[in-house]
Structures are given as structure tokens and as C-alpha cells.
Design a protein around this ligand. Structure first.
Ligand SMILES: NC(=O)c1ccc[n+]([C@@H]2O[C@H](COP(=O)([O-])OP(=O)(O)OC[C@H]3O[C@@H](n4cnc5c(N)ncnc54)[C@H](O)[C@@H]3O)[C@@H](O)[C@H]2O)c1
Length: 258
């Protein structure tokens, strides 16, 4: 990140989003953290400030347009411009057979994972177009590339997010706004452990067996780290990636190759 910039990261309070905030701060960004969970954001603020950058934590619910608009307005009031938007927040949704998933579970998963990025882009594109510059990175998943049984709402959102990425990239490229997706494989940490536990329960396998089979899906026989994802995001926000747009970059230790 060669220029002094500001990045807005959704779901930056913990997990992958927190690692993205820390990496973007280390590369010269002030950081706006937009997360539902107010308490979680304090530790991210500390990490950003430790890099000598300013941090603004804004309690935001991506399910509601007015909440997103308020956050963006507050952030622009504080920093003037926002060059980088990372749509990272996401929920796992239910782990169930399709016919057992409720309308509420379906709607909530789509509202956070797919409508949320639409709301942030809808709100930030006018100032990015006025500035004639923007870098948007959507955190999809390798589940946006291939099926994941018993996770239909989640898979639908991640496949949709890749379609959104390509279409928006085609729409806004002339304004020097790039839109890319990063597709993580299984990232080691509390969230994936919870997903493995749910899968173990749903399929009658042990936790260890589920984890081992996830590791075996990678040619490297391993999961990826939060920092691997953060590095890919930082690259896509840097001038090294100026002519990369509309892409979906797998960071999966080779688990998915297309
Ligand atoms: N962890 C993995 O293995 C993995 C793999 C592939 C893709 N991903 C994707 O990476 C992203 C981050 O995953 P993670 O593992 O760090 O998740 P996480 O659950 O640890 O963190 C998600 C963050 O999003 C926030 N959030 C949830 N709902 C929100 C809402 N309505 N409004 C604002 N913020 C909200 C949460 O408060 C939390 O801080 C997600 O989009 C996820 O689908 C994760």
C-alpha cells in the first residue's frame, strides 16, 4: 500500500477480518472496523494503533441499509476518503439438509453474506467514483466454486458473491475501481472448529476425522491461516494489482484449483 489510505473492513472485530485490519494497517492504512459486535472490536483497534495508524470502530449491522449508511457517513466524516473496502463479514448459516432449513435461516444467511456487500458497495461507490479510485475485495470462499453439502444457503451466498464481483468489476472499471474476490479454503481458528464440530454432529463422525479429511483435501495437507488471507487482500489493494479486476483468487493451500 504505497499511498496513505483508509480501508473499511466489515467483520473486522475478530478472525480473518481482524488479520486483514492488522495487515492493511501495517501497509499504511487507517482502518474503519464495521462489525456487529461492539466488544470484539477493541482488540482490533489496539492492533491497528500498534501499527501507528488510526482506527475507528463502528458498530454496524450489515443487514440494515441505514446502519451501513450511518457507518460510511461517520467514517467519511472522520477520514475524508475511503479507498479500500473489504467485505469480509459473513456467517456460516445452518448445517442441515436443504429440506430442514427454515426460511428465517435462509434469509439471514443471504442478508449478511450477500446483501451486506451490496449495501456497502451501494453506499461507497458514489464517493469512490467521485475520487476516481477504489479497491474492493469480497471475501468469498472455495465454497463459491464447488458444492458443500448441507450448507446450501452459505454456498449460494458465496457463489453469488463471485457473480457480484465479476459484474460489478465490469461496471465500475472505467472509474479505476477494481473489484476482486478472495476465496479462502478452511482457515484454522475458532470458526472453522465450530463448523467441523457441527459437521461431526450432523454426519456422526468424530471431530478429528472431520478435521483430518479437510486437511487431506489440500495437496499440502494443511489448512490456511488468517494471515494468508490478509496478505492476499493487501496485494489486491496494492498498486501491484492495478490491472487485476473481476478475479476470484483461491487461498486454499491448493484445495481448489479453478
Ligand atoms: N474461517 C474459514 O475457514 C473461512 C473459509 C472460507 C471463507 N470464510 C469467510 O471469511 C469471512 C470471515 O470469516 P471468519 O472465519 O473470520 O468469521 P468470524 O465468525 O470469526 O468473524 C465474522 C465477523 O463478522 C461479524 N458479523 C457477523 N454478522 C454481522 C453483521 N450482520 N453485521 C456486521 N458484522 C457482522 C461478526 O461479529 C464477526 O466479527 C466470512 O465471510 C467467511 O464466510 C471463512
Amino acid at each position: 500500500m504505497e499511498r496513505d489510505s483508509t480501508a473499511l473492513v466489515t467483520g473486522g472485530g475478530r478472525g480473518i477480518g481482524q488479520a486483514i485490519c492488522a495487515e492493511l494497517a501495517a501497509r499504511g492504512n487507517d482502518i474503519v472496523i464495521a462489525d456487529l459486535d461492539e466488544e470484539e472490536m477493541a482488540s482490533t483497534v489496539d492492533l491497528v494503533e500498534a501499527e501507528g495508524r488510526r482506527a475507528l470502530a463502528l458498530q454496524t449491522d450489515l443487514k440494515h441499509l441505514d446502519s451501513v449508511e450511518t457507518a460510511v457517513e461517520t467514517a467519511l466524516g472522520e477520514f475524508g476518503t475511503i479507498e479500500h473496502l473489504v467485505n469480509n463479514a459473513g456467517i456460516a448459516g445452518p448445517t442441515s439438509a436443504c429440506e430442514q432449513i427454515s426460511s428465517e435461516e435462509w434469509d439471514e444467511t443471504l442478508a449478511v453474506n450477500l446483501r451486506g456487500p451490496f449495501y456497502t458497495c451501494r453506499t461507497l461507490l458514489p464517493p469512490m467514483k467521485s475520487a476516481g479510485y477504489g479497491r474492493i475485495v469480497n471475501i468469498a470462499s472455495v465454497t463459491g466454486k464447488r458444492p458443500l453439502t448441507k450448507r446450501t444457503p452459505y454456498a449460494t451466498t458465496k457463489m453469488g458473491l463471485i457473480g457480484f464481483t465479476r459484474t460489478l468489476a465490469a461496471e465500475v472499471g472505467e472509474h479505476d475501481i477494481n473489484v476482486n474476490a478472495v476465496c479462502p479454503g478452511s482457515v484454522d481458528g475458532p470458526r472453522i472448529r465450530q463448523v467441523f464440530e457441527q459437521k461431526a454432529e450432523a454426519t456422526g463422525q468424530s471431530y478429528e476425522a472431520v478435521r483430518q479429511s479437510a486437511e487431506n483435501e489440500s495437496p499440502r495437507q494443511e489448512l490456511v491461516t488468517r494471515e494468508d488471507i490478509a496478505n492476499a487482500v493487501a496485494f489486491l489493494c496494492s498498486s501491484d494489482a492495478d490491472r487485476i479486476t473481476g478475479q476470484d483468487l483461491n487461498v486454499s493451500a491448493g484445495k481448489v484449483m479453478y
